[in-house]
Ligand binder design. Structure first.
Ligand code: NAP
Length: 251
């Protein structure tokens, strides 16, 4: 099983302070990565959890509402650990409002974090991969709303559908340079992002009732998939969006 071993690799994870990003940062550390954790305000418990695995954690603060910090993130990673091997574009936001009332501010805020920064940080990291002549792995975080329409989340659906398309485009452009670009599409996962849904008893029951696995997912459910996509086990996987959804899309 050595092809899943990430010993000596360096992974940048955005939104690593909580939720799925924290789970993926710790999973990658358990597989052997040093972690460059990008968080906006507070690194949370992630540094301690990463260091408990015996790996190093570099704490980088950046607000991905603009693309201004992308080059600094790569520079900080190289200064801390000398190289970059993996990027997980996890940071993301959601806002719920009827389409008839959806405003430009909400539209722009979501597209900026969920799509624009994903592209420009991927570009900055891919330039580093090319400089290193090393290849590398980029893992985007998509959604069920990369495949379905949803309701009351116009810009989120647009952004996550865009992430799926961008994943394919970047995979096509960079595959020949040994850069794998893939995405994970989490199903309904119990994090802050879905607190409003889980707090609404009717929506909660509708959602759980439709998930074949019969439960919300957890950050631990994407540990294996993210290690797979970060490792040489996935070297011939390009442009794929892997649903980790308890069977939601199969229904
Ligand atoms: P979460 O707990 O709300 O975490 C979101 C992360 O993104 C936090 O670390 C947050 O930082 C960070 N972030 C938001 N805006 C940022 C900004 N401007 N600059 C830097 N970081 C920013 O939600 P989650 O469920 O773990 O979501 C992680 C990813 O999974 C998102 O892309 C989300 O769309 C996607 N996803 C989630 C689900 C689900 O069911 N939970 C399903 C499909 C896809 P702060 O803590 O500072 O806000």
């Amino acid at each position: 099983m050595n092809s899943f071993d990430l010993t000596g690799k360096v992974a940048i994870v955005t939104g690593s302070n909580t939720g799925l990003g924290a789970g993926m940062a710790v999973a990658l550390a358990m597989a052997g990565c040093d972690i460059v954790g990008v968080s906006r305000a507070d690194a949370g418990n992630t540094p301690a959890h990463v260091e408990a695995t015996g790996r190093r954690f570099a704490d980088v603060r950046a607000d991905l509402a603009s693309i201004a910090p992308v080059d600094d993130i790569v520079r900080a990673a190289v200064e801390a650990f000398g190289r970059v091997d993996v990027l997980v574009n996890n940071a993301g936001i959601i806002r719920r409002k009827d389409a008839l009332d959806f405003g430009e501010d909400d539209w722009d805020a979501i597209m900026d974090v969920n799509l624009k920064s994903v592209f420009f940080l991927s570009q900055a990291v891919a330039r580093q991969f090319v400089k290193q002549a090393s290849g590398g792995k980029i893992i985007n975080v998509a959604s069920m709303l990369s495949f379905q329409g949803g309701i009351r989340v116009a810009s989120y659906t647009a952004s996550k559908s865009g992430v799926l398309g961008l994943t394919r485009l970047l995979a096509n452009e960079w595959a020949a340079q040994g850069i794998n670009v893939n995405a994970i599409a989490p199903g309904y996962m119990a994090t802050a992002n879905t607190a409003a849904l889980r707090g609404n008893a009717q929506r909660n029951d509708e959602i759980v009732g439709r998930i074949p696995a019969g439960r919300w997912g957890t950050p631990a459910d994407i540990a294996g998939p993210v290690v797979f996509l970060a490792s040489s086990a996935s070297d011939y996987v390009h442009g794929h969006t892997l649903a980790v959804d308890g069977g939601w899309l199969a229904r």
